[in-house]
Design a protein around this ligand. Sequence first.
Ligand SMILES: C[S@@+](CC[C@H](N)C(=O)[O-])C[C@H]1O[C@@H](n2cnc3c(N)ncnc32)[C@H](O)[C@@H]1O
Length: 325
Amino acid sequence: MKARILKKLGIEPVNNESFQIFIASIKTIMEYAGDVESLANWNAPILSDLNKLSSSEIELIKSEVQNTNLSIKECQVEVQKLIPQEKRKKFAVYYTIQQGTDLMTSIVKEFLSSRKEKVVLVDPFLGSGSTLTAAIEKIGVEKVEKVWGIEPLPLPALVAYVSLLHSMNGKRDAVTVILGDAFEEIPKMFSPPFVQSKLPKADIILTNPPFTRWKYLEKKYREHILSVIEKLGYKKYITRKEVSLQTLSMFLCDRILNNNGLLISVLPASTFYTIYGRGYKSLLKEKYGIYAMVESKSRVSFSEDSGFKEIIIVAVKGSNKKLTA
Ligand SMILES: C[S@@+](CC[C@H](N)C(=O)[O-])C[C@H]1O[C@@H](n2cnc3c(N)ncnc32)[C@H](O)[C@@H]1O
């Protein structure tokens, strides 16, 4: 019956570990909900599909929820390891490790030290929400107006939603997680003509974009995302032969970041010394003040299992170009 539940909810892979993570997520969300059935009306990844379950399947979920000791924090790390190798590589499911999120969030705290207004936090390549939950924990719920992100894989998206809800003390209106592709969702919300988007632009982006090798992406998809980025106004920064998924992802980040907003991102170090990052470097020079580029002394990467040499870039958008907002 567990496998049938996972299939009906679109959760992959269909195995006991996935089921346990699903159950731990439901247990956490139940701290803020009336009953399991009512979750089907929540605007959250996967949950509307609870409508497809029979009453005996719902009863099984309820009884499993009583028996789990898995914490949502553990799920945030473990969920990436369940993804089959091929898919993990394709989507770059290599989440930011604690050393990275510690550094990112200390900088956010400093950035906000003299700012009284609440902020909008965003990660358009959300994974299980590690960067944003760490930030909320560091700066405090009271500083956060809204937190949102996009993630294409259903179970990580659910874990991210639940983790964010939990770190926001159950404030449902303040949390949005879109199950989807950022190259589809961001243009839908933030393209001209500028209709008011239902989500606000970011004051702070904390991310680690997918860095799948360009040649491993399907040709049709490559063409599609190139034209998406060109239409968003970044054509002058793109030489079609010299692109990478991570630089196109960073143009999307630029699209949704407010002026004077803070960008902190893990990026492959190669972005800054190969021709593939040339266009993004031009954008950074024109529009941003670069505050720091940090590498780790003790590890090559800031992402779990990635194996890439990575850095963390800290930049402020706009003419002000100072770290203090
Ligand atoms: C390197 S991981 C980082 C996850 C998270 N930001 C973190 O720092 O832990 C990249 C994430 O981007 C997601 N991803 C891949 N392609 C995407 C796309 N087109 N739109 C949105 N997210 C995507 C992957 O599923 C993965 O969770």
